[in-house]
Design a protein around this ligand. Structure first.
Ligand code: NAD
Length: 357
């Protein structure tokens, strides 16, 4: 019987498999091993994994045929795995260009959840969307907590307060969730994107779409944005600056897959913002959309709070783990047949996610 090992994350609050999904995996005919206390930070104690064998990390690494996690394993641990073991995590080969080579050299097979295509067929397996959506929601809450002003309009006996103005740069999954959350809190929202498809989505959420003419698009890029030329980015920065001067909050999410994030908010724009305003930069890990962003840091510069955090899903570990686990299960159903691994490379989803061909 195939053994599936669920690993504890080393620098992460989440766990890749929640108890309900562990039970369903058992029903697929696999034996489940859980690294002891792996779910505690996400709210899932060992006892909740009723059908799993609770073991130490060494046993998981040595004995599993399939190892499941979120963050990639450290290279030194790869050598401890069974030959030909299959590991599943987010390997981000677009950013870590050598990772496939390292895994192959260690004799390991790997599936990278972030390589699952962003298609309708694979929507139920799309961990990037699940995590981006949490990040967009949390970005707005983070900004609201820092802002010295209200989000909603307030009409009180002590006077009236205008609603906050929120500017969202990049209206992909995170940006759209940020728009929806800011609207629910009563803010006025404007958003930018380079993909024309985003316009309708932004407007359907009741926000204003700001257009900059001449954006490049490529239908062959799998729905992703493409890099814009310097002239476009310069004109975009000017438009952003005009709106930033009146904004209370800027949520930046603009990314181009495999590239450095576009540079949209220079210091000269931050200097023109109202004191106490907040920028939350979700593109921090790929260089940031704001010039002053420091990844994994909260700073105050020119009187503006700048939060650099691309990992906000990690701050909501229970639901983040549940969604990750559900996405993962929908994928595992494709590759487990009668309790054994069956990788059908004719299947586009499996072919794209498998990074050790
Ligand atoms: P992402 O994280 O790669 O980028 C975030 C957003 O930044 C994108 O909307 C992108 O267009 C935008 N952007 C890039 N450069 C910009 C610039 N200079 N100015 C303003 N905005 C800029 O994107 P994502 O949220 O991961 O989504 C990627 C694509 O996949 C989107 O087209 C999304 O609609 C699509 N998608 C499809 C499905 C599906 O059909 N199953 C699911 C999820 C996402």
């Amino acid at each position: 019987m195939m053994k599936i090992g669920i690993l504890a994350e080393q620098n992460d609050q989440r766990i890749a498999v929640v108890p309900s999904v562990a039970n369903k995996l058992q029903e697929l005919g696999a034996k489940i091993m859980l690294e002891s206390d792996a779910g505690v930070k996400a709210g899932f104690s060992n006892e909740k994994y009723t059908d799993a064998q609770i073991v130490d990390r060494k046993t998981i690494l040595n004995d599993s045929d399939l190892l499941i996690g979120i963050q990639p394993l450290e290279d030194e641990e790869l050598n401890k795995l069974k030959a030909n073991a299959l590991v599943i995590a987010e390997y981000k080969p677009f950013f870590d260009k050598e990772v496939s080579g390292r895994l192959k050299q260690a004799g390991i097979r790997a599936i990278s959840m972030d390589m699952i295509p962003r298609t309708t067929l694979a929507q139920s397996m799309d961990v990037l969307s699940s995590m981006a959506s949490i990040a967009g929601y949390k970005a707005v809450l983070t900004a609201a907590l820092k802002l010295p002003r209200y989000f909603p309009m307030m009409i009180t006996a002590a006077g009236s307060i205008k609603p906050a103005k929120v500017l969202v740069l990049g209206a992909g999954v995170a940006g759209l969730q940020a728009i929806a959350t800011a609207k629910r809190l009563g803010a006025q929202v404007e958003a930018f994107d380079t993909r024309s498809a985003a316009k309708q989505e932004v407007e359907s959420l009741g926000a204003r779409f700001v257009e900059v003419a001449g954006a490049k698009e490529d239908t062959g890029a799998g729905g992703y944005a493409v890099e814009q030329d310097e002239d476009f980015i310069r004109r975009q920065r000017e438009e952003v600056q005009k709106r930033a001067m009146n904004a209370d909050v800027i949520i930046t999410t603009a990314q181009v897959r495999g590239r450095k994030a576009p540079f949209l908010v220079p210091t000269s724009t931050v200097e023109k913002m109202k004191p106490g305003s907040v920028i939350v930069d979700l593109a921090a890990s790929t260089g940031g959309n704001c010039e002053l962003t420091k990844d994994k840091e909260v700073i105050q510069s020119h009187g503006i709070w700048i939060v650099g955090d691309s990992d906000l899903a990690n701050t909501m570990p229970e639901d983040a783990s549940t969604l990750y686990a559900n996405n993962l299960f929908n994928f595992l159903k494709l590759i487990i047949k009668d309790g054994e691994l069956d990788l059908d490379f004719e299947n586009e989803i499996i072919k794209s996610a498998y990074i050790t061909h």
